[in-house]
Design a protein around this ligand. Structure first.
Ligand code: UN1
Length: 497
């Protein structure tokens, strides 16, 4: 029997109050069971909140450079255990091993970056309108935070939330996705090994019930969520009513523009990686490619030819370039989007089917899919599919391309391939997205820059970079009057006296 796993509350591994468990399986070989994890609910969350509140009292007072040292240690442990963790990730969610290593590397980068923040966490000092008075701003922690993370970057995305939240002095309840509980648990073990005191980081496994219990818990001051737009909308409404802080990072319908003056081979390579890397299961994946009409035919032929040749299979096998889709529900969802594209009149250039046969038995594999003749009304061009599906669309000019790119309800990542600096600059200025790449694909953000998007992609926050600190801290303005008398702001205005 596969191992029964537990929640982690106040430094101890404990079972769920409801005594129910869910199974964690390998999407490349569904017969393989990784373990059974707690199906948690409000009672478990309540215990975790109490533990986090208790730990908060001393954690918030620990000097930030000391908190940084624990994060640095966690980074070093992640480095030591990179291979083990990457292998666990490939087994648990299917991405090819090379990419899984990249996912862990992103968390290592985030640890090293955030550790140094312990000696910064800069506020500002400024002037006062009154004599003998000093003014500054400082950061305060928020309190107990609930972190809800997705399965597609099961180590990197938790690191974007956990490390900045910790450096700011918060205590946490972390709920990893139901599809990747083992990676989540491993991350928590590493932080524990790094010396994090009991109760500072609590782990609650489960699905929607556990998530809802976190979102609706009155003593959780902040929810940070990455996942679907549908769930995010609900969380925004609930936290809004409760006047709770909430940062959301949701979908994308990211576009790549290719101008006729571009390095064509580079743009083709970028499109294929952007569309099919991580089986298209990145919120930054390129699912719309706008190509200047003059080069459309050449580009189309090359991308379709490349897509057909992509080796799909178990991410552990050498030579495999694309792993499975995360689970059966998602596989069916991807396929139903493809059917809708065909029904709405788009032309299927390649793929468009669930892969069957001995090599794919017991796994959820989908063929890399390319559509052309797509119109702006079609679902496949408007909605996030989160699978290996992309659309190629001819445009006559940069202006038209940018107009089409901006038609989307989302605005996470974007890219333009062009050798013309003027065009690149216009794209930087005019594309409505949180990220724009020049001569690079839509995927591949680095952790020291803000990550997030506009419109339905989020609610105005940016993770990673120094902007993450603004999610996980509250500003306090401090005024120090050393005049020895009552000075009235806005009233004692004659500074000369
Ligand atoms: C995501 O898909 O949710 O920029 C995150 C990238 C990665 C992170 C993706 N560094 O594609």
């Amino acid at each position: 029997m596969a191992k029964v796993r537990l929640n982690f509350i106040e430094g101890k591994w404990v079972g769920p109050a409801g005594k129910k468990y869910f199974e964690d399986r390998n999407p490349a070989y569904w017969k393989e069971l990784l373990g059974s994890f707690p199906e948690s609910g409000p009672e478990d969350v309540e215990k975790a909140v109490s533990a986090a509140e208790k730990a908060y009292e001393s954690w918030r007072l620990l000097p930030p450079p000391k908190r940084g040292e624990i994060i640095l240690k966690a980074g070093l442990l992640l480095q030591d255990q990179k291979e083990e963790l990457a292998r666990l990730m490939t087994r648990e969610m299917g991405k090819v091993l090379k990419e899984a290593r990249g996912d862990v590397q992103e968390a290592i980068d985030m640890a090293f970056y955030t550790a140094g923040e312990g000696r910064r966490l800069f506020g500002k000092t400024t002037t006062s309108e009154l004599k003998n008075k000093f003014a500054m701003s400082v950061r305060m922690p928020v309190g107990v935070c609930g972190l809800i993370t997705p399965w597609n970057f099961p180590v990197a995305i938790p690191s974007w939330k956990i490390f900045p939240a910790l450096i700011c002095g918060n205590t946490l309840i972390f709920k990893p996705a139901e599809d990747t509980p083992a990676c989540g648990a491993k991350f928590v073990e590493i932080l524990q090994e790094a010396g994090l005191p009991a109760g500072v980081l609590n782990l609650i496994h489960g699905g929607a019930d556990a998530g809802q219990a976190l979102v609706n818990h009155p003593r959780i001051r902040l929810i940070s969520f990455t996942g679907s737009c549908e769930a995010g909308r609900m969380i925004a409404a609930q936290t809004g009513r409760a006047l709770k802080r909430c940062s959301l990072e949701m979908g994308g319908k990211n576009a790549q523009i290719v101008m006729a003056d571009a390095d064509l081979d580079l743009a083709i390579e970028g499109a294929v990686w952007g569309a099919f890397g991580t089986t298209g299961q990145r919120c930054t994946a390129a699912s719309r490619i706008y190509i200047e009409r003059k080069i459309f035919e050449t580009f189309r032929r090359a991308v379709v030819e490349r897509a057909r040749k992509i080796k799909v299979g178990n991410g552990f096998k050498s030579g495999i370039e694309m792993g499975p889709v995360i689970n059966e529900t998602q596989l069916k969802r991807v396929d139903s989007y493809v059917r809708s594209g065909i029904e709405e009149g788009a032309r299927l250039e390649c793929g468009g089917r669930i892969l069957k046969g001995a090599a794919f038995k017991n796994g959820f594999f989908y063929a890399p899919t390319v559509f052309t003749r797509v119109s702006p009304k079609m679902k496949i061009i408007r909605e996030e599919i989160f699978g290996p599906v992309t659309c190629l669309i001819p445009v006559k000019s940069l202006e038209e391309a940018i107009r089409e790119v901006n038609r989307s309800a989302y605005g996470l990542s974007s890219s333009i391939y062009s050798r013309d600096v003027n065009r690149a600059m216009r794209a930087i200025r005019d594309i409505e997205a949180g990220i724009t790449y020049i001569n690079g694909p839509t995927i591949g953000a680095e952790v020291h820059l803000p990550f997030g998007g506009v419109k339905n992609t989020g609610n105005g926050h940016r993770e990673a970079g120094e902007t993450a600190l603004d999610i996980f801290s509250e500003w306090k303005s401090v005024f120090i009057d050393y005049s020895g008398k009552l000075q009235k702001a806005q009233i004692d205005v004659d500074g000369m006296k």
